[in-house]
Design a protein around this ligand. Structure first.
Ligand SMILES: Nc1nc2c(c(=O)[nH]1)N[C@H]1C(S)=C(S)[C@@H](COP(=O)(O)O)O[C@H]1N2
Ligand SMILES: [Mo]
Length: 499
C-alpha cells in the first residue's frame, strides 16, 4: 500500500489539503505546555509529544502514516532518546555515541520533518528533471547496476544543524518553529559508511549533463511537511558546484548504510548523503531531483535553516535577511564526564568526546581545558580515531586536574583550514538556534584523591559506611571535625585578632 503522497506533482491535491486544513483547529505548535524553551524539559521518554503534526495528518486522512512512523521507530530505533515522538526526532545516547568511529545504524540519530513514508522498492523510481539535457526515470535496479554507474563508498558524519541547541535555549530562548526546533543535546550527530552512486556521475551518464543555466539541484522527499496552513513534500537544494566538487563523492545517492540496506527511517530505499553540509540537505526517501537555476523554493530551504544576526528575531526576521546554512563549521563536544557529574580522580580525569568539521575539512587538533578555557591540553593523535575528509574524530585525553570543587571543562577543535570554535554560546547565539559551534563547556565537581585531606575524608566516610559523594548536596551525618582538633587549630590561628 502507498503511504505517501507526492504533493509537488499534484497541485490540485495541495489546494484540497489547504482548504481542509483551514476548516480545522490545531493544538499550539510547541509539543508541550508550557512552551518547552521557557520551562525545564519533561523527563519523560518520549520527551515531547507532537500533537499538532498528528492532527495535521489526521485532518487529511493520513493517520496511518503516524502509526507506521511510530512502528518503524519501535522496530529500528528502540533504544535511543525519543526527543519528539512525531515527526520522530531521536537522539543517540552518550555511550552509543562513543562506541566507535562508526555509529551503529540502530543508534544513529534521526531528524524527521514528517512521517516515515512506506515505499515499495520494487516499484520505486527516481525522476530527474528540470534543467537537465535528458529527463529520466531510474529504477533502483538501474541505479544499482555497476555497469551503468560506478559505485562509491564514503565515510560520512551527518550532523544536524540543531546539535547542542539546548545550550542556546538555556541562555536565550529563540524561534520555536511550527515543527519545533528540537532541543538537541550532543547526540544529533552520527557517522556511517554510505554506499551508492555519485549524483555528479548520474547526471552525466543518465541525463547527458545539465543545461548551462543549472546552478542548483533540488531534492524532493516522499514525506509530507506542513507550514503555515500549506502542505509540501520535504524539499531542499545544494549548489551544482557542490555536486561537482572533487570526484563527485560529496553528494551521493545511497542505498546502503554500514553495509546494510538503508533502514526505513533513514530514507529507504534511496537518500542523498551530502558530505560536509548540515544534515538537512541529505534528503531521505528522495523521489525526484530537479535541476534549477536558483535554490529550492521549498520552505525547508527558503524559510528555514537560516542563520540570523544577533539583533534579528521575532521583531524583524525575514527569510531573506538570514543567510542559508549549508557547510558545517568546526565543532566538538565533551561526552564523558557529564554535566554536573562528581568525578573522583587522583590528578588526571579521562575526558572523551567527538570533534567534527564540515566542508571537506578534517579535525587536526582537539584541545581540552580544565579551567574554563585558559590553559589548554592537546589530545594525542594516538587517542583520536583516524582522519577522514568527511567524518568526525572521537578523542580521549587524560587531563591533568589539580583543582577540587566545581571546575569548568571546555573543549575546542581546530580543523585543517585552521578554523576553531567561538568562545561562548552567546558569541554565536542566533534566533533560529542553529549551529551551536561554540567551545563546549561542562561543569563537574572534582574530588582529587592525591590530596591528603581528601583521602582522610574518604576514609572517615568509609568508617561511617558511606561509599560515595552522591548526591553532592546531601550533608554528611557525622561531625566534620572533633572538638580537640577544632580547638587546637582555632587557638593556633585565633578567630579574632588578639589585640
Ligand atoms: N525527506 C527528508 N529528508 C531529510 C529530513 C526530513 O525530514 N525529510 N530531515 C533532514 C535533517 S534536518 C537531518 S539532520 C537529516 C538527518 O538524517 P538521519 O535522520 O538519517 O540521521 O536528514 C535530513 N533529510
Ligand atoms: Mo537537521
Amino acid at each position: 500500500m502507498r503511504r505517501y503522497i507526492e504533493w509537488e506533482k499534484y497541485p490540485e491535491r495541495k489546494a484540497l489539503a489547504r482548504s481542509l486544513l483551514r476548516t480545522h483547529k490545531f493544538s499550539l505548535p510547541p509539543a508541550c505546555i508550557p512552551e518547552f524553551q521557557l520551562a525545564p524539559l519533561p523527563t519523560t521518554n518520549p520527551v515531547l509529544i507532537g500533537h499538532r503534526w498528528k492532527e495535521y495528518h489526521n485532518a487529511l486522512g493520513l493517520g496511518e502514516i503516524v502509526d507506521f512512523s511510530w512502528h518503524t521507530v519501535l522496530r529500528e530505533k528502540k533504544d535511543i532518546i525519543h526527543l519528539l515522538d512525531f515527526p520522530y526526532n531521536g537522539e543517540t545516547r552518550r555511550d552509543q555515541l562513543m562506541q566507535g568511529k562508526l555509529t551503529d545504524n540502530k543508534y544513529h540519530f534521526i531528524r524527521n520533518h514528517g512521517g516515515v513514508p512506506n515505499i515499495d522498492a520494487a516499484a520505486y523510481e527516481l525522476e530527474i528533471g528540470g534543467l537537465v539535457n535528458k529527463p529520466v526515470k531510474l529504477t533502483l535496479a538501474e541505479l544499482q547496476d555497476p555497469s551503468k554507474f560506478p559505485q562509491e563508498e564514503v565515510t560520512v558524519t551527518i550532523q544536524c544543524s540543531g546539535t547542542r541547541r539546548i545550550e542556546q535555549i538555556g541562555q536565550y530562548p529563540g524561534d520555536g518553529d511550527e515543527l519545533i526546533n528540537a532541543p538537541w543535546g550532543e547526540g544529533a550527530i552520527g557517522t556511517a559508511v554510505y554506499h551508492g552512486v555519485s549524483l555528479k556521475k548520474v547526471l552525466k551518464i543518465a541525463c547527458s549533463g545539465v543545461q548551462p543555466e543549472c546552478a542548483h539541484l533540488e531534492f524532493i522527499g516522499a514525506d509530507t511537511y506542513f507550514k503555515k496552513g500549506d502542505v509540501f513534500n520535504y524539499a531542499v537544494s545544494v549548489p551544482l558546484r557542490k555536486v561537482r566538487a572533487t570526484g563527485g563523492e560529496e553528494v551521493l545517492l545511497a542505498w546502503e548504510m554500514n553495509g546494510k540496506p538503508l533502514p526505513q527511517i533513514h530514507g529507504y530505499p534511496l537518500r542523498l548523503v551530502v558530505a560536509g553540509y548540515i544534515g538537512a540537505r541529505s534528503c531521505k526517501w528522495v523521489t525526484r531531483i530537479n535541476a534549477l537555476a536558483e535554490p529550492s523554493m521549498g520552505p525547508v530551504q527558503r524559510q528555514e535553516y537560516l542563520y540570523y544576526s544577533f539583533q534579528t528575531g521575532k521583531q524583524n526576521a525575514e527569510y531573506s535577511n538570514g543567510f542559508s546554512i549549508q557547510a558545517m563549521p568546526v565543532s566538538s563536544a565533551i561526552i564523558f564526564p557529564e554535566e554536573k557529574q562528581i568525578v573522583v580522580h587522583s590528578g588526571t580525569i579521562e575526558v572523551k568526546g567527538w570533534a567534527y568539521s564540515g566542508g571537506g575539512n578534517w579535525i587536526e587538533r582537539v584541545e581540552v581545558s580544565p579551567d574554563g578555557g585558559h590553559a589548554w591540553y592537546e589530545t594525542h593523535q594516538d587517542e583520536m580515531t583516524e582522519k577522514h575528509y568527511h567524518a568526525w574524530r572521537l578523542w580521549t585525553i587524560k587531563l591533568p586536574v589539580d583543582a577540587e570543587g566545581w571546575i569548568e571543562l571546555c573543549v575546542r577543535a581546530w580543523d585543517s583550514a585552521n578554523n576553531t570554535q567561538p568562545t561562548f554560546v552567546r558569541s554565536a547565539w542566533n534566533w533560529d538556534l542553529h549551529v551551536t559551534s561554540s567551545a563546549h563547556r561542562i561543569k563537574i565537581y572534582s574530588i582529587n584523591t592525591s590530596r591528603s585531606e581528601t583521602r582522610r575524608r574518604i576514609a572517615l566516610m568509609k568508617e561511617h559506611g558511606i561509599e560515595s559523594f552522591e548526591p553532592l548536596t546531601r550533608p554528611l551525618p557525622f561531625a566534620l571535625e572533633d572538638e580537640k582538633k577544632y580547638l587546637e587549630t582555632v587557638r593556633r590561628y585565633p578567630r579574632e585578632p588578639t589585640s
